[in-house]
Design a protein around this ligand. Sequence first.
Ligand code: 4AD
Ligand code: MG
Length: 503
Amino acid sequence: MNNTNTTIDQLSKHVGQQVVLTGWLYNSRSSGKIAFLIVRDGTGLCQCIVEKSSVPEDVFEQAKGLTQEASVRIEGLVREEPRAPGGYELHVTNVQPIAPSVHYPITPKPHGIDFLMRNRHLHLRSKRPWALMRIRYTIIDAVRRFFDSRGFILIDTPILTPSAGEGAQTLFEVDYFGEPVYLAQTGQLYLESAAMAHRKVYCFGPTFRAEKSKTRRHLTEFWMVEPEVAFITLDELMGLAEDFVCSIVEAVLADRKEELKTLERDTSPLEALKRPFARLSYSQAVDLLRGPAAQDFLAGEMERLQSRINDMQANIAKLQAELANARKPAQQDLLTRQIQEARDEMADLQEQLQHIPEHMKIVQDFRWGDDLGGADETVISRTHDRPVFVHHYPREAKAFYMKLETEDQGRTVRNFDLLAPEGYGEIIGGSMREDDYDTLVSRIKEMGMNPEDYAWYLDLRKYGSVPHGGFGLGIERTVAWICGLKHIRETIPFPRLLGKVYP
Ligand code: 4AD
Ligand code: MG
């Protein structure tokens, strides 16, 4: 009989047929009479059943001898099996090893995150990163489709730039044939010039920030998508951001239900996402921080954390008692892993709890003029049931290119940050751009920078200047929010963090 080459995601089309799968051994167990091989082929997992009585002796031995991540070619009959992962299984007739895999380092046993990140090149094969990368891909695809379908032109902006795009503190310097240049912090300034050529444009690429911060939200290399539009208003820009974010979430919910399940993401907050998002001015946000709502929220947070810590302690004690009585190695491994995970989570909760009293004081004394920190953003976003736009920040807290608000004599700028729900913080930063030549020159000077370095950028204000604006969405922060992750490092295939660039 002729065997059809196929992949695991296509098995539903081959029920009752003889097929060939190629992939890697994910996991296996066997007894004297039967072997269960869990095979992954990049598109999914499939349980392959090898019965000693129905294959030649050497095929059964080969199947039993396969080790984790050995590559393999398997032939067999496809059967529907609702209880199997993916809903189908393969009744094996032949097994051909392709290449061996000896002592694969990432075993089903528990591993710490540092170990997994050092082995990221292999870790990508595991279930969780596999699901995450597929969701990331869908988010990126949705981003492109959104702008393409609205008539935006994709413009590629340079990575090597002669001057700062955002601010001098987070620049990576590169030696460019003896001249210092910098890795792009944003494509925005170049994109503004393209907006004067095409009206609606976007760029999408890697951006770099020499952030000396070790937070869960910062990478030194991340991907940003930035639209820029001529003749737009701040209000319209926020409307665009709203539609944009909703379209991304809709695409993930439509295409990645299984992957979200693998990540144990509660999707109800994503399903509940709707327009309009909340809109607060910075001044209103400061009032919120200084007022009783923030104190109530933090007090409630303290209680919630304490009660979760108590539950966790009880659970760890229970697991330890079970471990003391466990006989089977598989059972012991599972319990050890669960205890380790519970301990990690508890340490995390304790750390959060410790910071709350200090934070209660900080928000009460919040000074008008300061930028909002990650913890402030958390309070603002957690006291709302939807994403929050915070607009009109003080001029001193934001970048030189932002348009000064004329109605308050330039005390604030026409900008906004979009805070994701569930405490995920800023995912978008955007603004109208200063379109007046003289004002922009003085803003550049005010920031201690040299207008000569920005001569080309200033030209845009000399030749037919128009109101325009745009925003930037960080892909990794968006992935972290949509997937419900605690740390941004898992959102990108090979994360670059302060002090971490391997592999
Ligand atoms: O707020 P930012 O710095 O804005 C800009 O760069 C503007 N030039 C964008 C524009 O108006 N065209 O960055 C935009 C977004 C943030 O909201 C955040 O999602 C992400 O980029 N981001 C980071 N993500 C990960 N690690 C970092 N260090 C990030 N810094 C910014
Ligand atoms: Mg920002």
